[in-house]
Ligand binder design. Structure first.
Ligand code: AMP
Length: 105
């Protein structure tokens, strides 16, 4: 079964996109915990940092580069922001599809 983020990727449910390329997408969190709250998500489903394969750190690194650029574009870079990845149920992860929270503003 598809995760909610795969459904967003496939345009089966709507989202406000902030960034997209062949490997990554970024869209507004539906329940924002800060004035700017964007999720940066690999299009390919990686469940979590705990289960990512060796080699996927390149994609994970790119998630942080996209976060840096989005923070600049959304004018939260100068003041500062928070980047969070929940890992597994005990780490507060609700959606089993790796994502980086960018929060600020
Ligand atoms: P996590 O607890 O790290 O798994 O975070 C999952 C995040 O996904 C939460 O902040 C939710 O608000 C967000 N979320 C769930 N469904 C959607 C959706 N349809 N569109 C955008 N964000 C969503």
């Amino acid at each position: 079964m598809k995760t909610v983020f795969e459904k967003i990727r496939d345009r089966e449910i709507p989202a406000t996109f902030r960034y997209e390329d062949e490997a990554l997408m970024a869209f507004d969190d539906i329940h924002p915990k800060a004035p700017v709250h964007v999720l940066i998500v690999p299009k390919k489903r990686i469940v979590s940092i705990a289960t990512m394969a060796d080699g996927e750190e390149v994609l994970v690194g790119k998630m942080f580069r996209v976060a840096r650029d989005l923070a600049r574009d959304l004018n939260i870079s100068e003041k500062g922001y928070k980047l969070v990845i929940h890992v597994g149920e005990g780490g507060g992860q609700e959606v089993p599809h790796l994502h980086l929270h960018l929060m600020g503003g």
